[in-house]
Design a protein around this ligand. Structure first.
Ligand SMILES: *[C@@H]1O[C@H](CO)[C@@H](O)[C@H](O)[C@H]1NC(C)=O
Ligand SMILES: *[C@@H]1O[C@H](CO)[C@@H](O)[C@H](O)[C@H]1NC(C)=O
Ligand SMILES: *[C@@H]1O[C@H](CO)[C@@H](O)[C@H](O)[C@H]1NC(C)=O
Ligand SMILES: *[C@@H]1O[C@H](CO)[C@@H](O)[C@H](O)[C@H]1NC(C)=O
Ligand SMILES: *[C@@H]1O[C@H](CO)[C@@H](O)[C@H](O)[C@H]1NC(C)=O
Ligand SMILES: *[C@@H]1O[C@H](CO)[C@@H](O)[C@H](O)[C@H]1NC(C)=O
Length: 302
C-alpha cells in the first residue's frame, strides 16, 4: 500500500522533472481567451521556467513561420487583431548558446460580432414588462451587455443610441427587463469585454409597439381601415408636438422601411402610392417621440 503510493509519487515527480527539461520555455497570452475578435488586442509573453541571465531574447513563430524575431522585452502586445492572425503560436527562448522551445497556443481570431436583439412581447399591453435578449454568436466568457434606446435621426434615416439607466457598466446577463412599457419604442444592444472595453457591433434596432392612440404622438390612417387596396392612395398622418416626422414600417421577417420606399412624405403625412405591403406602421420624430403603431395590409385589386 505504502510502496504503491510512494512509487506513484516518485513517478509524478519524475514526470514533472522530465517535462521541465523537455519544454522549459512557456508562452502565455493575456487575456487568455480561446477566441478573439477583430479589433481586440492580445499580449504575448515568452519566459523560461528556470532563472534567466541578462542577455536573452525570444522569437515567436506563427504556424512555423517568422512572426517576431529576437524580441528583447518581457511582453509583446499585438494591437488590432484581424482574422489573419489566427494560427498556432510558439516561442523559442534564446540565451547564451541554448534555445528552448515552448508550448503552442492556438489563436482563433473572428470577425467582430454583431449581436441579435429580440424583444418580447412585441405588442405589450400598456404598462407591461418587456424582456430584451441580446444574443452573440460565439458566446465566450467575458461578455457584458449594454442596452440602448433608439433615438430617431431624421437625416440619414438612422438612429442614435442612448444608454438605458442601469446598463452603464454593462450587465452580466444577456437579458434586460424594461418595466412599465407604455408606448412604441426602439431598442438596441451590444456586447463588450476587456479593459479598455472592446465592443461588438450594435445589434439592429428592434421595436415594441403600442396600439394606444393616447400616446404623446399619434398616427392616423385614411381611409380608416386595416385592409387597403392599391387603387386608392392611403395617407398616414403624424401628429404630436414635433414639427418633423418620419413614417416607419416594419415587415416580417426583419425589414425596416421608411416612407420613401413606397410613397412620398409631405409635411407630416406619408401617402402610399404603390406597393403590396403589409406590416406595422408608426411615426417617429427626432425629439424621440413615437406614435401608436398600426397593422396595415395592402393588396392589389384585381
Ligand atoms: C488559459 O486558459 C486555458 C483554458 O481555459 C487554461 O488551460 C490555461 O491554463 C490558461 N493559461 C493561463 C496562463 O492562464
Ligand atoms: C548577447 O547575445 C548575442 C547573441 O545571442 C550576442 O551577439 C551578443 O554579443 C551578446 N551580448 C552580450 C553583452 O553578451
Ligand atoms: C554552450 O552550452 C554548453 C552547456 O549548455 C556549455 O558546455 C558550453 O560551454 C557553451 N558554449 C559556449 C560557447 O558558451
Ligand atoms: C459603474 O461603475 C462606476 C465605477 O466603477 C461606479 O461608480 C458606478 O456606480 C457603476 N454604475 C452602475 C450603474 O453600477
Ligand atoms: C397587430 O398585429 C399583431 C399580430 O400580428 C397583434 O398582436 C397586435 O395586437 C396588432 N396591433 C394592433 C394595434 O392591431
Ligand atoms: C411636448 O410634450 C412634452 C410632454 O408630452 C412636453 O414636456 C413638451 O414641453 C412639449 N413640447 C412642446 C414644444 O410643446
Amino acid at each position: 500500500m505504502g510502496i504503491t503510493l510512494l512509487s506513484l509519487l516518485g513517478f509524478f515527480l519524475l514526470s514533472l522533472l522530465y517535462r521541465g527539461q523537455a519544454q522549459d520555455a512557456v508562452l502565455t497570452i493575456e487575456p487568455n481567451w480561446t477566441t478573439l475578435f477583430s479589433g481586440e488586442s492580445v499580449t504575448f509573453k515568452c519566459d523560461i521556467t528556470g532563472g534567466k541571465g541578462s542577455n536573452w531574447s525570444y522569437s515567436i513563430l506563427q504556424d512555423g513561420g517568422a512572426f517576431l524575431p529576437n524580441h528583447k522585452h518581457e511582453k509583446y502586445k499585438l494591437h488590432s487583431l484581424t482574422p489573419g492572425y489566427s494560427g498556432a503560436y510558439q516561442c523559442f527562448f534564446h540565451q547564451k548558446n541554448s534555445t528552448k522551445e515552448s508550448n503552442q497556443i492556438y489563436l482563433n481570431v473572428l470577425e467582430r460580432p454583431q449581436p441579435v436583439l429580440t424583444v418580447s412581447p412585441s405588442w405589450p399591453s400598456p404598462g407591461a414588462s418587456v424582456t430584451l435578449n441580446c444574443r452573440v454568436d460565439h458566446p465566450s466568457a467575458g461578455w457584458s451587455f449594454y442596452w440602448y434606446k433608439a433615438v430617431p435621426q431624421l437625416s440619414g434615416n438612422s438612429y442614435s443610441f442612448e444608454l438605458l439607466a442601469g446598463s452603464e457598466n454593462g450587465t452580466e446577463q444577456d437579458l434586460f427587463i424594461i418595466d412599465g412599457q407604455t408606448h412604441t419604442a426602439g431598442y438596441v444592444c451590444r456586447a463588450g469585454r476587456g479593459d479598455p472595453v472592446f465592443y461588438s457591433w450594435y445589434s439592429k434596432p428592434k421595436f415594441v409597439w403600442s396600439g394606444d392612440i393616447n400616446s404623446a404622438a399619434s398616427l392616423t390612417v385614411s381611409p380608416d381601415s386595416v385592409q387597403h387596396f392599391t387603387k386608392t392612395p392611403v395617407s398616414l398622418s403624424c401628429e404630436g408636438n414635433s414639427t418633423e416626422w418620419r413614417v416607419r414600417m416594419f415587415s416580417k421577417p426583419d425589414y425596416l422601411y421608411h416612407c420613401s420606399s413606397w410613397g412620398t412624405m409631405t409635411g407630416s403625412t406619408c401617402t402610399i402610392t404603390r406597393g403590396w405591403l403589409s406590416g406595422v406602421f408608426w411615426c417617429e420624430s427626432e425629439t424621440g417621440q413615437f406614435s401608436n403603431a398600426v397593422n396595415i395590409t395592402m393588396e392589389c385589386e384585381f
